[in-house]
Design a protein around this ligand. Structure first.
Ligand code: GDG
Length: 476
């Protein structure tokens, strides 16, 4: 059986099967690698004074983990720079926050070339390579330049932006062209895939084939939607664990009979946390009778503290929640519990379970796994209600949630009111439909569908010679 080589910016070392310290995505990738006897390659997360390209390899729980260290300059320009100051905001429709610096682009290209230098010799005939996310878009082009002919797939975990937005990126053509060195390019939703195809057809002068592939830059690639999921069974185990049960009971006790609204997010401007709080403020201002009956637990954890756009976010969030609390609180009731602490996955499962309404209201999100985790953690007899932004990829699948426009405070406030008043029978019906979807499109389906598409692409490539017409590298 051919090996699977997964490449991602950071490598999360596999832990024993079923252990809970690993996130869902890392668990799925570890499991896929075990099944396909694979290698997981990426940055160690460590810096080194001088880049050596020295690879550190070890076997952990049946998976070979291969990592390299990067120089500070690489981390600044590639990771904090191009990935998180340029591509992340741009792909989340925030061109106002996007920084276009040539040094970032150069660092991004340099690190992708370094990854390829180290990775190419590890790839054996018959291996398939699966590259994860926006940090590594040019990697296939660099591997091809080093003679790698294997099937290579790419999966984008964030949205693909509208054509009009990506045109603001200097050398956008070069970035898109580099995706044509993959065999399969995966997106969470049809919407992101269609946005990519729109660029290919209307900006790059490409064409779409009847089998779904697109041709441009003298090459062909298969763009396809693979909605990512979670492991719902594992989530049920998490909520039933001792720590899960304990956090559930703590919340139930502290609710004091009130209903709890819940937000769980990495503190990121794409998640719409401030907008959510403002909608909640409006709800309280316009519905005095709800005061003392409800509260919001907002858990926001730190992320990307090196990047300026994130640095004052805690201060802003604290000021906003402080203002709302000051305006509405009473001697024995506080409307917002604003929590920055990181919880274990078990604790998180217990918290989800105890929530009456989840507010998942990103302004733009590739998928959003919190929405799926909340559903998986509910009790069938008395499930909570999911309020979900139409701009999360998850909205395409989770149609039985209360779908909202997170930019409209009135819309979100109305949905919260509806969720709070929803009769138990309707809650159960909606939850059942949501849970069926979470179970069907789970993380295993995502992984297997992608790997199958990659194997099929390899066979396609073996049957027909790969078209290699005048490489367009350096254009645009
Ligand atoms: C990117 C895309 C896409 C949060 N707080 C704690 C904690 N979390 C965990 C959640 C969830 C994860 O973080 C967040 O995942 P999301 O999917 O919501 O968002 P991103 O991190 O932005 O992920 C996104 C995803 O990639 C996968 O493709 O869905 O659209 O942006 O799993 O549970 N985990 C723990 N403690 C916390 O306090 N343990």
């Amino acid at each position: 059986m051919s090996r699977l080589i997964v490449v991602s910016n950071r490598v999360s070392p596999p832990v024993a099967q079923g252990a809970s310290s690993q996130g869902g995505l890392a668990m799925a990738i570890s499991a896929a690698l075990r099944e396909y006897s694979g290698v997981w390659f990426g940055w160690s997360g460590q810096s080194t004074p001088h880049y050596t390209g020295q690879i550190s390899m070890h076997r952990v729980n049946g998976v070979t983990v291969a990592t390299i260290d990067l120089e500070e300059q690489d981390i600044d320009e590639y990771y904090n720079g191009y990935a998180n100051r340029t591509l992340w905001p741009l792909f989340h429709y925030r061109i106002d926050l996007t920084q276009y610096e040539r040094s970032y682009g150069a660092g991004y290209e340099r690190v992708n070339a370094r990854f390829a230098d180290v990775l190419a010799p590890l790839i054996e005939p018959g291996d398939v390579v699966w590259v994860q996310d926006y940090h590594l878009i040019p990697l296939a082009r660099e591997l091809r330049a080093r003679g790698v002919k294997n099937a290579i797939g790419f999966f984008l975990h964030i949205p693909w932006p509208a054509r009009e937005l990506i045109l603001t990126l200097p050398r956008h053509r070069q970035l898109v062209e580099s995706l044509f060195h993959y065999d399969v390019v995966g997106f969470h939703t049809e919407e992101w895939k269609n946005a990519f195809n729109s660029y290919v057809l209307y900006e790059a002068g490409g064409m779409q084939l009847t089998d779904g592939r697109v041709r441009a830059f003298g090459r062909m690639v298969r763009p396809q939607a693979f909605p990512i999921g979670i492991d719902p069974g594992a989530f049920v185990n998490l909520k039933r664990s001792a720590a899960g049960q304990e956090s559930y009971e703590r919340i139930i006790e502290s609710k004091g009979g009130r209903k709890m609204l819940l937000g769980v997010d990495r503190l990121d401007y794409s998640k719409g946390i401030d907008e959510r709080l403002l909608a909640y403020d409006r709800l309280l201002t316009e519905n005095h009778e709800l005061k003392r009956e409800i509260f919001l637990l907002q858990i926001s954890t730190a992320t990307r503290s090196e990047v300026e756009a994130y640095q004052d976010m805690f201060a802003k969030l604290d000021a906003l929640s402080g203002r709302i609390n000051g305006a509405h609180a009473e001697m024995d009731w506080i409307p917002i519990r604003n929590v920055h602490r990181v919880h274990s996955r078990e604790e998180l499962a217990g918290i989800y379970r105890a929530a009456d309404v989840a507010l998942v209201t990103p302004l733009r999100d590739g998928m959003n796994l919190v929405a799926k985790e909340f559903v998986a953690a509910q009790d069938e007899a008395d499930p909570g209600v999911l309020v979900l932004s139409r701009f999360a990829g998850a909205a395409a699948q989770m149609k039985d949630a209360l779908i909202v426009n997170p930019f409209s405070q009135e819309d979100v406030a109305d949905a919260i009111k509806k969720a709070l008043a929803m009769p138990p029978a309707e809650r159960r019906t909606r939850w059942r439909a949501l849970m069926d979807g979470v179970e069907k499109d789970d993380i295993v389906a995502w992984r297997d569908n992608f790997v199958a598409a990659l194997h099929a692409a390899r066979n396609e490539g073996a049957e027909r010679p790969r078209p290699r017409i005048a490489a367009a590298r350096g254009e645009g």
